[in-house]
Ligand binder design. Structure first.
Ligand SMILES: Cc1cc2nc3c(=O)[nH]c(=O)nc-3n(C[C@H](O)[C@H](O)[C@H](O)COP(=O)(O)O)c2cc1C
Length: 201
């Protein structure tokens, strides 16, 4: 499978079978996904990996049982693994305080960064993880934490500087439970709408 194949084949999978992932599969995916670039080679992306009882604990704080009956993707909760890529802001600030980066003026506070590269880098790693999952024959779905980030931070003890950019559900796809979301059915914008050669006309 080429990178182009994986990009083409990846779709958000919102229903999984009960089949567990073999031991070490998620760790291996994370290990390879973390090869993506990072600002100043800060390597400030870390991954909360949840399997087994930890998956249930995640859903308990983000989708309490009383709200589940109305949840349109019950098969998403069967995903045997969840990965939450986190951008660790302090790693970037500390890296940019080092001699070779001090000229950038970003080594004092995360507030000085016009682009928070810990989010950029976490997104890079999240995308790599999804492509690697597709290559491994798995289904995956990246979804936002939205108002639940604080609950996940508290439940799983993330440090203060960690920004959890979203959650990636991983597992074997259940085609019988596939149900498009309102977002998924939107058409793809034409290339000439998004490609601005030489500037916005
Ligand atoms: C930042 C981000 C947040 C998303 N949040 C959700 C979400 O909360 N729930 C969901 O079902 N899908 C979510 N998605 C998945 C998108 O709906 C999906 O990627 C988009 O509709 C395109 O469909 P595809 O992934 O199948 O190509 C999110 C995707 C991204 C990139």
């Amino acid at each position: 499978m080429t990178v182009a194949d994986a990009l083409r084949d990846r779709r958000s999978c919102r229903s999984f079978t009960d089949e567990p992932l073999a031991d070490g599969v998620v760790d291996d995916l994370v290990d390879r996904a973390r090869r993506t670039p990072s600002a100043g080679n800060s390597q400030g992306v870390e991954f909360l990996v949840l399997e087994g009882a930890d998956v249930a604990a995640y859903w308990d704080v983000t989708l309490p049982p009383e709200r589940r009956a109305a949840f349109p993707w019950p098969g998403l909760l069967r995903a045997p693994a969840l990965v939450v890529p986190c951008g660790m802001a302090d790693r970037y600030v500390e890296r940019y305080a080092e001699d070779d980066k001090a000229h950038a003026g970003l080594g004092t506070s995360a507030d000085d960064w016009t682009v928070p590269y810990w989010l950029v880098d976490a997104a890079f790693a999240a995308m790599a993880l999804q492509l690697l999952a597709v290559e491994a024959g798995l289904g995956c779905c990246f979804f936002g934490l939205f108002e639940h980030e604080a609950a996940v931070v508290a439940r799983f003890g993330l440090p203060d500087d960690a920004r959890a950019v979203g959650t990636i559900a991983l597992g074997y796809p259940d085609p019988t439970g596939a149900r498009p979301s309102g977002s998924t059915v939107r058409g793809r914008r034409p290339l000439d709408e998004v490609l601005h050669r030489g500037g916005w006309a």
